[in-house]
Ligand binder design. Structure first.
Ligand code: ADP
Ligand code: MG
Length: 259
């Protein structure tokens, strides 16, 4: 069974793309097949996984708006790893989608056949709760919510939870919360307080694993590399590897690389 996980938080800069890229890379290292869908017009997941613009024939915009198939847009990156790329054009999709009758269910329908080829489909989202994110939540089995461990962490989470409930009522009753992931944690008191506060509000949902602030995570994508290839012994790599193992076991997948 394929598991479709949307990485969502309408706040920008909280670690959605970093988590999408390294989760994808980590799952691959544990012999899971992965499709990464980049649904953010900023295209950071596309460039961060080393895709050249010249290699893109169709992108997420063409699939959602120009009636191209998902298959025609998917780029084969390596063994077990494909990506459905984004482009800046996708920004226009937000408005063009409003004209479509199936504006919220389009992505779900478009990837229905293709997704069965993978163990995991990860969808990276824009920092907004617009139609692109709604498509993603409707197409997903679960949502992974990266939350930056800083002062206003909880702000916006209530609205995101409300949106998730709305999607559950309209179109995707099976949607669950994969987990809330605290990112960019530090050893400061404020960081620990924020993590504790989010855990208090969402005790069952918040991962015990947190992702520390680690400059290696910032550097890796500019080399088109995951944290595991770029700095395998860094604190960031260790934390994401733990997350990967937890997600594999939580989803009842077989992890054939014991480490
Ligand atoms: P989003 O996709 O939610 O906008 P990003 O994943 O792009 O967020 O992260 C925002 C910025 O923070 C990027 O420059 C990224 O490299 C950096 N970053 C993300 N996670 C970490 C981390 N754990 N430690 C240090 N920098 C991080
Ligand atoms: Mg991003």
């Amino acid at each position: 069974m394929t598991k479709v996980i949307a990485l969502a938080n309408q706040k920008g800069g909280v670690g959605k793309t970093t988590t999408a890229l390294n989760l994808a890379a980590g799952l691959l290292r544990h012999n899971q097949s992965v499709l990464l869908i980049d649904l953010d017009p900023q295209s950071n997941a596309t460039s961060g996984s080393g895709v050249d613009k010249e290699d893109i024939t169709n992108d997420a915009y063409d699939v959602l708006i120009a009636n191209k198939t998902a298959k025609s847009a998917i780029i084969h990156r390596s063994d077990n790893f494909d990506i459905l790329p984004s482009s800046t054009e996708l920004a226009g999709a937000e408005i063009e989608l409003t004209k479509k009758k199936d504006r919220q269910t389009l992505l779900k329908r478009k990837i229905a056949k293709e997704k069965t080829n993978y163990d995991f489909v990860l969808i990276d989202n824009p920092p907004a709760l617009g139609l692109l994110s709604l498509n993603s939540l409707t197409a997903a089995d679960s949502v992974l919510i990266p939350v930056q461990a800083e002062y206003f962490a909880l702000e916006g989470l209530a609205q995101l939870m409300k949106t998730i409930d709305l999607v559950k009522e309209h179109g995707n009753s099976g949607l669950t919360i994969e987990g809330i992931l605290m990112t960019m944690t530090t050893h400061t008191k404020i960081s620990r307080q924020v993590v504790a506060e989010v855990e208090k509000h969402f005790p069952e949902k918040t991962y015990e694993i947190t992702i520390p602030r680690n400059v290696r995570l910032t550097e890796a994508p500019s080399f088109g590399q995951s944290i595991f290839d770029f700095a395998g012994f860094s604190s960031g790599a260790r934390a994401y590897n733990k997350l990967v193992k937890e997600i594999i076991s939580e989803n009842g997948k077989e992890d054939s690389k014991p480490s």
